[in-house]
Design a protein around this ligand. Structure first.
Ligand SMILES: [Zn+2]
Length: 426
């Protein structure tokens, strides 16, 4: 039976390429959130023609939502002939800015040498197109299928997903019994299944000082020097300790199997806006540092935080006049869907049929919209699976391979067959 399903995907290759190119032609750059509405409307119009019911959901009041840049999401649903499970494909339609270094127009959707080029080609308009083709092929071959298929195009993933999946999850779009299984076609490579991601803690640390004239710094208290002591303690104690923590999670790349922390920014004293003039001589009374700590399934958030605050508290005891504040900016718990979860087994079945080998199971070093689906929607049968090479995301001359899209559309179509019709093999 899968022969017919695979042929139905092959019959749609031209459509798949044209669809990908069309999606790329919407410059859905985030920030600020350009062209969300026309892109969502394009997806909606396409699926409406195939019989899907379409809803447009604007995430009013979420970060960045204005009449000029409305956060418009699209959710399409097709109910089969009888009751059953619902498989939801969720793709983000926003892309990051093109940046420099392109040799092709990033929003022209140029097709060359078996690849479609453009910003968002792999991350993740190629994945969205592949999931649409997979669903349409499946619906043609098995018109009497039970259950339902949903396809969503959501915004703002690149900026945290608050106007996209988080908003929809809060509004009940990602909850049982409406949705049972979720596949997010992020570019994790066509033969890999991404089970989840590491945890995230962002925080801002501020050291305090006392302003004084720069010619007499002894009269004040320099907040930047206090922050220097913080950084030194991080170098001496925290970074080596993080580097010793290894996870059993299959995180790729290898370096991300350890705990990591990035210093995102540091700022103390006057802004540099004085240019082209000169700054005035001041002892800075504040220095702010933002940290981006990525943690493992084996770690808990309270310990992750105390590793930092213990250092700050110790400095407070040992260092004269040291004072600080720390503010949480973001917290996301690590996630890992189990390998025997239904959606994992269904997509693994597809990969084995198409590539004749077991899939690689991976964990993403950074988070994506799965966090909202789990935390807000309480759906844990969720993976990321889609075509494209993650290393190309956000880079100049981003592309997605046409054969990769075709093969992963076949995997998705088989996954649908397993999840909705219970067909284990063809
Ligand atoms: Zn993405």
């Amino acid at each position: 039976m899968n022969e017919r399903l695979l042929k139905a995907v092959d019959d749609r290759v031209d459509d798949l390429v044209a669809l990908t190119a069309d999606l790329i032609s919407f410059p859905t750059i985030n920030p600020p959130g350009e062209a969300y509405r026309p892109c969502a409307e394009y997806v909606g119009a396409r699926l409406k023609k195939r019989g899907f019911g379409i809803e447009f959901i604007r995430a009013e009041g979420t970060p960045g939502d204005t009449d000029r840049y409305p956060r418009v999401n699209v959710v399409a649903r097709f109910d089969g002939r009888s009751a059953g499970a619902c498989v939801h494909f969720n793709s983000h339609i926003d892309v990051v800015e093109a940046g420099d270094g392109w040799t092709v127009d990033p929003f022209a959707g140029i097709v060359r040498d078996g690849k479609v080029y453009g910003r968002g080609a792999c991350d993740m308009k190629g994945g969205l197109a592949a999931s649409i083709i997979a669903a349409e092929a499946f619906m043609e071959v098995f018109p009497d299928f039970p259950g339902a298929i949903e396809i969503s195009g959501t915004v703002d993933e690149e900026s945290g997903g608050f106007g996209g999946v988080a908003h929809l999850a809060k509004s009940g779009y990602f909850s049982a019994p409406k949705v049972d299984h979720v596949i997010i076609p992020e570019p994790l490579n066509k033969d890999r299944i991404c089970l989840g991601h590491r945890g995230v803690w962002w925080a801002e640390i501020e050291t305090k000082g006392e302003i004084a004239h720069g010619s007499m710094p002894f009269l004040g208290d320099n907040a930047v020097r206090h922050m220097g002591a913080v950084l030194q303690a991080f170098e001496d104690e925290l970074f080596p300790a993080l580097d010793r923590k290894m996870t059993r999670m299959p995180v790729v790349p290898e370096g991300a199997k350890r705990s990591t922390m990035n210093i995102n920014s540091i700022h103390g004293g006057q802004t540099e806006d004085f240019r082209p003039g000169l700054p005035s001589p001041n002892v800075p009374d504040s220095c702010r540092l933002t940290i981006d700590r990525r943690f493992l399934l084996e770690e808990d958030l309270a310990t992750v935080k105390s590793e930092v605050t213990d250092i700050l508290e110790r400095l407070k005891r040992e260092r004269r006049k040291f004072d600080y504040e720390i503010r949480d900016l973001m917290e996301v718990l690590p996630l890992m869907t189990e390998r025997d979860a239904p959606v994992v087994k269904a997509v693994a079945q597809g990969i084995m049929e198409i590539f004749d080998r077991e899939p690689d199971y991976v964990i993403s070093p950074g988070t994506y919209d799965q966090k909202h689906i789990a935390r807000i929607g309480h759906i844990y049968d969720c993976i990321a699976y889609g075509p494209g090479i993650l290393d190309l995301a956000h880079r100049p001359d981003e592309w997605v391979g046409i054969s990769d899209m075709v093969e992963s559309a076949k995997v998705m179509a088989i996954g649908l067959n397993v999840l909705l019709r219970g067909t284990v093999s063809g």
